[in-house]
Design a protein around this ligand. Structure first.
Ligand code: FES
Length: 148
């Protein structure tokens, strides 16, 4: 199986079987965003204790890339500190924009999003959930570098 096929399978799997989809009752922060280009929307909910993200869930509707990306995000950030999540967010955003090669990004499954960099109109789809994360982290920690 080629890398492109592997990436496509990972995205499809997350789209068809989204992880952590649905409401998060005791969320510390909820961020609702929509993609102005298409009207699709996402709500990301984070439960943060101390400086650690204990849980992340999402809801909303959108294209397969936006939903798969949100699903992967919720898995990737759980257990990270706010600072680690910011660093992850920065690497994902740079990779999706084509500024950081996937092989250098060291993002595991998230590298499946790297193919999006060849399709500029889809970059927004892939980063919608990550923009929500950026805003969520700012709310729990105060304004940061604004990585996305
Ligand atoms: Fe709407 Fe991708 S087409 S988020």
């Amino acid at each position: 199986m080629g890398l492109e096929d592997l990436y496509r399978d990972i995205l499809l799997d997350h789209y068809r079987s989204p992880r952590n989809r649905g409401p998060l009752e005791d969320a510390s922060v909820r961020i609702h965003l929509h993609n102005a280009l298409c009207g699709d929307e996402i709500e990301l909910a984070l439960k943060v204790q101390g400086d650690r993200i204990e849980q992340a869930r999402f809801s909303g509707r959108g294209c397969s890339i936006s939903q798969a990306s949100a699903s992967m995000l919720t898995e990737a950030v759980r257990g990270l500190t706010v600072e680690q999540a910011r660093e992850l967010l920065s690497r994902v955003a740079r990779m999706v924009r084509g500024e950081l090669p996937a092989e250098q990004a060291q993002l595991g499954e998230l590298e499946a999003l790297s193919g999006v960099s060849r399709f500029p109109v889809r970059v927004k789809c892939a980063l919608l959930a990550w923009e929500a994360l950026d805003k969520g982290l700012q709310q729990v920690e105060g304004p940061g570098p604004g990585a996305v």
